[in-house]
Design a protein around this ligand. Structure first.
Ligand code: NAP
Ligand code: ZN
Ligand code: ZN
Length: 346
């Protein structure tokens, strides 16, 4: 065991504070990663405040990890000391079920092992990226291409893959009208990726405050959902709506914006249930679907895609002492567009 520095929530709703945690010894197939940067995902806040239900404390959040390999176990074949690597939302899965075998470890029928707020196969709690080091099986580690700066790459490990996977699955591309709902951490990556895939991109945000940024990131159109005229004007227009909204929303109103056979795909994970009038999907044969992060192979594909297209995330780099303040800013939609912790400050 190695003792390393971390930032942890000692209890639900308590502010995060500096502490130390134990990392397991580097095993046969493990890499030891010196974490350089860790993104702050809204999921960190949902979990640290028990918005999704009972959680494990102390909690070291962080599943957008970018760093350098500083040690590799004897069985490691994919990575060597000095490699630039990333770790996302999961650090293990059963590896044997149908979904794992198909490269969809996020949908492991036994449940994947979360990077934090979870127990590993030995029953030990997992701790995430708000920390200086982490030990991870190489099978759940991905390579960060040279063209991507590590700080701008970190958010790709969750915000990037969570938007890339459904955009690919629902065929966002040339000739498709795609709306991205919510312009936060996930949403701004959704805009960049959908644009890079060749789709016609519309941002649906609560206000027009971030319109200039949205257009710069690749959106063709930008509308405020606070304006009722938006819903009249855009009625029946989208092939795909990707919702990244972290709070409950009026599904019926957004389903009315789909054209026939269009799909509303939700990745936002609000703390309360939402209601739905089923007639909203009957008329126009519409699809209402969800999507969770992405598999390891697809995460690598997404990183390579972003590097090829020359973009990472838009970030605001912060020190560890600013984490609690950053949480409040995320909660008030005041994030442009991902907070990333410089882990050297922990
Ligand atoms: P974020 O940076 O806070 O972005 C969420 C955006 O939603 C905000 O920027 C805001 O966009 C919009 N929004 C917030 N409150 C709203 C409200 N009351 N009504 C309407 N719009 C609202 O969060 P994030 O890190 O992108 O995460 C978004 C959600 O996805 C979270 O619930 C997170 O837990 C979930 N998530 C899911 C997965 C998955 O695998 N499915 C993975 C990662 C995260 P505007 O200011 O533009 O309106
Ligand atoms: Zn996340
Ligand atoms: Zn499995």
């Amino acid at each position: 065991m190695t003792t390393v520095a971390a930032y942890a929530a000692p209890a639900a709703k308590a502010p995060l504070e500096r502490t130390t945690i134990e990392r397991r010894p580097v095993g046969e197939n493990d890499v030891l990663i010196e974490i350089k940067f860790a993104g702050i995902c809204h999921s960190d806040i949902h979990q640290a405040r028990e918005g999704w239900g009972e959680a494990m404390f102390p909690m070291v959040p962080g599943h957008e990890i970018a760093g350098i390999v500083t040690e590799a176990g004897p069985g490691v074949t994919k990575f060597a000391v000095g490699d630039r690597v990333g770790v996302g939302c999961m650090v293990d899965s059963c590896r044997e079920c149908e979904n794992c075998k198909a490269g969809l470890e996020q949908y492991c029928t036994q449940g994947n092992v979360g990077t934090y707020n979870a127990l590993d196969k030995n029953g030990e709690p997992t701790y995430g990226g708000y920390s200086t080091h982490i030990v991870v099986d190489e099978a759940f580690t991905v390579r960060i291409p040279d063209g991507l700066a590590l700080d701008e790459a970190a958010p790709l490990l969750c915000a990037g893959i969570t938007t890339y996977s459904p955009l690919k699955h629902w065929n966002a591309g040339p000739g498709k009208k795609v709306a991205i709902l919510g312009m936060g951490g996930l949403g701004h990556m959704g805009v960049k990726i959908a644009h890079a895939l060749g789709a016609e991109v519309t941002v649906l945000s609560q206000s027009l405050r971030k319109k200039d940024d949205g257009l710069k990131l690749g959106a063709d159109h930008y509308y405020a959902t606070s304006d009722p005229k938006t819903f009249e004007e855009l009625r029946g227009s989208f092939d795909l709506i990707l919702s990244t909204v972290s709070a409950p929303l009026d599904l019926d109103a957004f389903l009315s914006l789909l054209r026939m056979d269009g799909a509303f795909v939700n990745v936002g994970a609000p703390e309360e249930p939402v209601s739905l009038n089923l007639f909203s999907v009957i008329g126009g044969r519409k699809t209402l679907a969800g999507s969770g992060i992405g598999g390891i192979q697809e995460t690598q594909e997404m990183l390579d895609f972003c590097a090829e297209h020359g973009f990472g995330a838009e970030i605001e780099l912060i020190s560890a002492a600013e984490i609690n303040e950053a949480y409040e800013r995320v909660l008030s939609s005041d994030v442009r567009y991902r907070f990333v912790i410089d882990t050297a400050t922990i």
